[in-house]
Design a protein around this ligand. Structure first.
Ligand code: OSB
Ligand code: MG
Length: 390
């Protein structure tokens, strides 16, 4: 289940061979990216992304990573400022204490720090980009991609009115999105879903995401969603409540998909065995990185559980990496890997553009995107440089 990741570089052959790039400095860049429209979920409203970028400067080039933590600890306990703190004070010191460290060795070096998976994932992404760029290999190939493009869905926030929701959904369907996900919360659920289903017809792939807004006492209420032929209901109950999800699953015909609850491959295996879910949303940031994400993919594939790639309103950096992951074989459902223009007027990489409801998987070295430094600079709210001492 947790076989070690394939090393990017072969073991150094005799002395002198440069095994992995050496990181000389780490630049932490905070940017403020306005969203094209406010995004409302059961845990709050986002109007702007406060994103922490990790930029590695090494002896063999550069690497970029993106931290998916949100400004407020509403989706999970992590948040941008906390992630920056733990990276600066607890994670980077452990890594920079080593002369050279490969991306696949980061998990071991950072294991003494509990949790903080989004912070760890941001570093891993940057290290993978650095290492794979230097090796001339793409992340997609490294992870084991079997697709050159992936089916895309879109996550639709809670609207002020049903009319507004119907208009937004119709717009996304016109653009070609292959699946619609509606954010729901108690009171803005059954009738909203009914309205969308009636307007769009049975053929549209439709699912809902509660972001942990219900309790097991709502089981009868949630069972009213069964008549709408939903692909799945995502994370109806709180993160820690695997057993309650298993009990709820027995009272619904709509399949349960877990997002927040799945923090590792071990938890994924337990959740599946307990029948707490029959589908898994994989977000690399939530689980500590792309290598753990791949292990979750493998755990699910071995148990016949389909997976799809979640999203955290990423910039082009995180989006590129998510597309590489979504190209793995068990990603059989459309993901929340939407086009750049669903989120931002201007992305910090080349824009990802929907083509026939799909996005292309980047093929260039590393993440396969070039960061537009002028755009990053124009959005920067804070910049911190950490140099290797000595
Ligand atoms: O629960 O999937 C979620 C965005 C931020 C935090 C949590 C979630 C989401 C989304 C949007 O649903 C996914 C995306 O389009 O990036
Ligand atoms: Mg979710």
């Amino acid at each position: 289940m947790s076989q070690p990741a394939t090393p990017v570089f072969p073991a150094p052959a005799g002395g002198g061979a440069r095994a992995v790039p050496r990181v000389e400095a780490v630049e932490l860049v905070r940017i403020a990216m306005p969203l094209v429209a406010p995004f409302r979920t059961s845990f709050g409203v986002q109007t702007e992304r406060d994103v922490l970028l990790v930029h590695l400067l090494g002896d063999a080039g550069e690497g970029w990573g993106e931290c998916v933590a949100m400004q407020e600890p509403g989706y999970s306990s992590e948040y941008t400022e906390g992630a920056q703190q733990v990276i600066e004070h607890h994670l980077l010191p452990r890594i920079l204490a080593r002369d050279r460290i490969g991306a696949a060795e980061l998990e071991g070096a950072l294991a003494p720090v509990r949790g903080h998976r989004m912070a760890k994932a941001a570093l891993e992404m940057a290290w993978l980009d650095l290492e794979l760029r230097a090796a001339g290999r793409s992340l997609a190939e490294y992870l084991g991609a079997v697709r050159t493009e992936v089916d895309c869905g879109v996550s639709v926030g809670i609207a002020d009115t049903t009319e507004e929701l119907l208009e937004t959904v119709a717009g996304y369907l016109d653009q070609g999105y292959r699946r619609i996900k509606l954010k729901i919360e108690p009171g803005l659920d059954i009738e909203r879903v009914r309205a969308v289903r009636e307007r769009c017809g049975r053929q549209v792939l439709l699912q809902v995401d509660a972001n942990a807004a219900y309790t097991l006492d709502d089981a009868d209420h949630l069972a009213r969603l069964d008549e709408f032929d939903l692909l799945l209901i995502e994370q109806p109950l709180p993160e820690e409540q695997l057993l309650a999800h298993a009990k709820l699953a027995r009272r619904l015909t709509t399949p349960i998909c877990l997002d927040e609850s799945i923090t590792s491959a071990a938890v994924a295996a337990e959740a599946i065995e307990m029948r707490a879910c029959s589908i898994v949303n994989i977000k690399p940031g939530r689980v500590g990185g792309y290598l753990e994400a791949r292990r979750i993919h493998d755990v699910c594939a071995a148990r016949g559980v389909p997976v799809w790639c979640g999203g955290m309103l990423e910039t082009g950096i995180g989006r590129a990496a998510n597309l590489a992951l979504a190209a793995l074989p068990d990603f059989t459902l459309p993901g929340d890997t939407s086009a750049s223009d669903r989120y931002f007027r201007q992305d910090i990489t080349q824009a990802f553009v929907l083509e026939n409801g799909r996005l292309r998987v980047p093929t260039g070295p590393g993440l396969g995107v070039e960061v537009r430094r002028d755009v990053v600079d124009s959005l920067t709210t804070r910049r911190t440089v950490i140099r290797r001492d000595g």
